[in-house]
Write a protein that binds this ligand. Sequence first.
Ligand SMILES: Cc1cc2nc3c(=O)[nH]c(=O)nc-3n(C[C@H](O)[C@H](O)[C@H](O)COP(=O)(O)OP(=O)(O)OC[C@H]3O[C@@H](n4cnc5c(N)ncnc54)[C@H](O)[C@@H]3O)c2cc1C
Length: 415
Amino acid sequence: MADPRPSDLSDLSDLSDLSDRADPPDAFRDEVRGWLAANLTGEFAAARGLGGPGREHEGFELRRAWERRLGAAGWTCLGWPAAHGGRAASLEEQVVFHEEYIRADAPHRVGHIGEGLVGPTIIEFGTDEQRARFLPPIRRGDELWCQGYSEPNAGSDLAGVQTRAELTGGRWVVHGQKVWTSLAHVADWCFVLCRTEPGSRRHRGLSYLLVPMNQPGVAVRPIVQMTGGSEFNEVFFDGARTGGDNTLGAPGDGWRVAMATLGYERGAATLGQQIGFRRELDAVVAMARRTGAATDPVLRDRLVQSWIELEIMRVTALRTMTSPSAGEPGPAASIAKIYWSEWHRRLGELAMAAQGPAGLLTAAEPNEQNDAYEPNDLQRLYLFSRADTIYAGSSEIQRNIIAERVLGLPKEPRP
Ligand SMILES: Cc1cc2nc3c(=O)[nH]c(=O)nc-3n(C[C@H](O)[C@H](O)[C@H](O)COP(=O)(O)OP(=O)(O)OC[C@H]3O[C@@H](n4cnc5c(N)ncnc54)[C@H](O)[C@@H]3O)c2cc1C
């Protein structure tokens, strides 16, 4: 039988062109594309391509200014209801926006935790006063947020949260420690899951507090990642204060609010992310051609398989978008999370294989001036992709959800 493998890897890029052509042109896409082309100019021309996982340190102030530019033009918070200053954009429009955004090489957003996580939660659970106080600065790009859930002894088992808060003279006083808090070093506010009923256990007695970061009772200590960057942190609360009215939902009902936020974590942005994945795969293919690794039949098979799986991800995203439960948390979100994160981790491994032995060398080693290795983009992709199957719920936890909710298997024994 003839070898069915493509004789030349250019066949692969021809296929990717085909799938691009399947996108129907529409007025909304043209509007987004036109605005980005007109605005990623002048001072923002230099912002193209900056930021992203493992590269959050790049051009932060410029990206913050860009966030404000987006906000002023109404290109933040697209999915929020118009009553709360959003565009009430459909899921499809949001995906188109994310696709065009990545295609234009626009800088990675600095306000995604406010826009995508706490903002929708405030819309769902907040009082009118809380919505009026917190939503406009998120929309304008003026206030950045971080997520204070994980603790040294409460990650996958989030109900083990021990940070505590006590209401004193109408204000919450917070003590405890959070860990892995992404972007805490630049955040203005943190949403903190903490225990407010002394002696309560597990999911009960928790509250969801909105805590300002710039105060003496909050200390942020960066954690150095294996990429050399420090995007997440330890956060110590030692008598930190926030108003009694900064409780989202009822005191003691924090678990329900926290779960709603987790549901938003897997929304439209993740549906649009495959354009970024496609670019990374293209870069891996280009590297494999350059180093000659593309002549290795096993590596070629892996590249083709990777492309096929990315196409499956794309088709699945389109199907998810048209399903009645689109964007809602549940087993479908767990399946999508496992699929993309495991795929991306394999892509990281391919990125190393494509470089050949040279992939083991970095441009710089730690020395007296510089305390980190300087990985290239493909090395950084490999290193950071190890985190994909951990954050936003590890693969093991997603498999537990599928086992219990889809297959109806008995619940695993819990301590
Ligand atoms: C890049 C990155 C950014 C992050 N940003 C934030 C942030 O901004 N805010 C925040 O609050 N947290 C953040 N996290 C933390 C993240 O949510 C936790 O790392 C994650 O929930 C896992 O918790 P853990 O690290 O305590 O590991 P553990 O829960 O201790 O898990 C250790 C291992 O045991 C497995 N395991 C645990 N329980 C089970 C089980 N029941 N069955 C089978 N296997 C199990 C896990 O899958 C994992 O492999 C971030 C993490 C990363 C990597």
